[in-house]
Design a protein around this ligand. Structure first.
Ligand code: ATP
Length: 240
């Protein structure tokens, strides 16, 4: 890989009160890559995603996006730089319809693209088209996940952050969602940084990956290298 990374996380430490959740993280994501972050519960994966989005902020170290230091920017300014997040637990708006959720994702900046972008999301997730008038809170788990990703895409992101897109979903739905992510990456060059407990699916999908243990990156490599690594296999792929 050459050139400047799109996202460059260097020496980041993040605390909750006096508990250190990230203990000096270095991670890079280049334009056009799918990069994943795997690790056990409590390793700090979600905290890293949230730190990139500015809440909580890193106490030390830096987060550089597209050449700009965003470490101390408020979350709404980070979002305006076109980093979109589909957070763990999806956080869709339960009382709003599918269409209204997608409108919220587009925001005022992208309204002129709304109809074209909504058609793209519906082409990717036809189920959302069928359910466009239904309230978010009454969708199934898989449909809510599709909506969460669709909503993030409406922001026309340069970087899409996905926190546990497979959580609680049936294997077939996970497959569909991962295929949709791959397609977006291949066809539109979308850059994706993904947190996953489903290490097998994540490593297969990813160009590169990082393994996190107790707030630190302990290993990194291509998806294929890590899939073949005996330590990774023993810790994260047993039975996978
Ligand atoms: P999981 O896969 O279970 O979601 P994770 O790798 O995403 O785990 P984090 O949610 O980032 O891990 O948590 C990292 C550490 O920070 C954990 O020890 C957790 O208990 C702690 N932590 C997370 N959120 C908070 C919070 N709001 N207040 C205090 N501690 C927190």
């Amino acid at each position: 890989m050459t050139g400047q990374p799109l996202l460059n996380v260097q020496g980041v430490e993040t605390y909750y009160g006096n508990i250190r959740a990230l203990a000096g993280i270095d991670v890079e994501v280049h334009s056009g890559e799918i990069v994943s972050l795997i690790g056990a519960n409590g390793a700090g994966k979600s905290t890293l995603m949230m730190t990139i989005c500015g809440s909580p902020q890193a106490r030390t170290g830096s987060v550089i996006f597209d050449g700009q230091d965003i470490t101390r920017l408020p979350t709404h300014e980070i979002a305006r730089l076109r980093i979109a997040q589909s957070p763990e637990g999806r956080r869709i708006f339960p009382r709003m319809t599918v269409m209204e959720n997608l409108q919220m994702g587009a925001g005022l900046d992208n309204l002129k693209y709304f109809s074209q972008d909504v058609e793209k999301v519906f082409a990717m997730f036809p189920r959302l088209k069928e359910r466009q008038g239904q309230r978010g809170g009454t969708l199934s788990g898989g449909e809510q996940q599709m909506l969460s990703i669709g909503r993030a895409l409406m922001a026309r992101p340069k970087l899409l952050l996905l926190d546990e897109p497979s959580l609680g979903l049936a294997p077939l739905i996970v497959k569909g969602i991962f295929e949709a992510i791959k397609k977006l990456n291949k066809e539109e060059g979308l850059t994706v940084f993904l947190v996953e407990q489903n290490a097998f699916a994540a490593l297969r999908l990813s160009d590169r990956a990082y393994v996190m243990v107790n707030g630190k990156v302990t290993m990194s490599g291509s998806g294929m290298e890590l899939l073949a690594n005996p330590e990774v296999r023993a810790a994260y792929l047993e039975g996978g």
